[in-house]
Design a protein around this ligand. Structure first.
Ligand SMILES: CC(C)(COP(=O)(O)OP(=O)(O)OC[C@H]1O[C@@H](n2cnc3c(N)ncnc32)[C@H](O)[C@@H]1OP(=O)(O)O)[C@@H](O)C(=O)NCCC(=O)NCCS
Length: 175
C-alpha cells in the first residue's frame, strides 16, 4: 500500500469490480487501446493485477480517493514480459475513470509509485510507454520527471502490423 496526500494505492477489493468494469467499457478511457473491455476481460485483469501484487510485492494498485473512498482506477508498476522489447524491466502504468481526470491524481499516484520503485524496491530504471497519439499519458510521464527515450520506441508486438496504435513511444526514469 502507498499513501499520498489525496490517494491510497491499495490491494484490489471485490467492491472495485463494478466501477472497474464500467470504466473499461468507456470508449473515452479506452481510446488509445484496440477495444473497450468486456466484463470478463476486466474481471480477469483485476485478478491478474492482484496476483502480481501478491507475487512481487508491487503491481498495478487500485487507486482510492482518501476523502470519500471512491475507486478511481489503477496506477503502479509492473514487470515486463517477453515479447515486449523492453523486457526484462519494470514499467509504470495508469488508467483512471473519466470523472477522475483533470485533478492531478494520475501524476500524484505515479510519482509515489516511482518513489516506491526506487526507494523500497531498489530499481535502477523504470520505463513507461504508450501509443504515440496518447498525449495525456505522455503528459503524466513528463510531469513525474521521466525523460523521453526515442531510441527505445517500438511497434507493439500485440498489435497487428499497420494498426493505428502500433507505434509506441518510451519514457524512462532512473534512480
Ligand atoms: C492518462 C490519464 C490517467 C491522464 O489523466 P489526467 O487527468 O490528464 O492526468 P493527471 O491526473 O496527472 O491530471 C493532470 C491535469 O489535472 C490538472 N489539475 C487540476 N488540479 C490539480 C492538482 N491539484 N494537482 C495537479 N494537477 C491538477 C492539471 O492542470 C492537468 O490538467 P491539463 O491536462 O488540462 O493540463 C487519463 O487520461 C486516462 O486514464 N486515460 C485513459 C487510460 C490511458 O490512456 N492510460 C495510459 C495508457 S499508457
Amino acid at each position: 500500500m502507498i499513501e499520498t496526500p489525496r490517494l491510497i494505492l491499495r490491494n484490489w477489493r471485490p467492491s472495485d469490480l463494478e466501477p472497474w468494469v464500467a470504466m473499461n467499457a468507456d470508449p473515452d478511457v479506452m481510446r488509445f487501446f484496440p477495444a473497450v473491455q468486456t466484463r470478463e476481460e476486466s474481471g480477469s485483469m483485476m485478478a491478474r493485477n492482484q496476483d502480481h501484487i501478491d507475487r512481487e510485492g508491487f503491481g498495478l494498485w487500485a487507486v482510492e480517493r482518501r476523502d470519500d473512498g471512491a475507486f478511481l482506477g489503477f496506477t503502479g508498476l509492473m514487470t515486463l514480459k517477453a515479447p515486449n522489447p523492453l523486457h526484462p524491466g519494470v514499467e509504470a502504468g495508469w488508467r483512471l475513470a473519466r470523472h477522475a481526470w483533470g485533478h492531478g491524481y494520475a501524476s500524484e499516484a505515479a510519482a509515489a509509485a516511482l518513489k516506491d520503485g526506487f526507494e523500497r524496491l531498489g530499481l535502477a530504471s523504470i520505463v513507461a510507454f504508450t501509443a504515440t497519439a496518447n498525449l495525456p499519458s505522455q503528459a503524466v510521464m513528463s510531469r513525474i520527471g521521466m525523460s523521453r527515450r526515442q531510441d527505445l520506441d517500438f511497434d507493439h508486438p500485440a498489435l497487428p502490423k499497420g494498426h493505428a496504435l502500433e507505434r509506441h513511444v518510451v519514457w524512462e526514469a532512473r534512480a
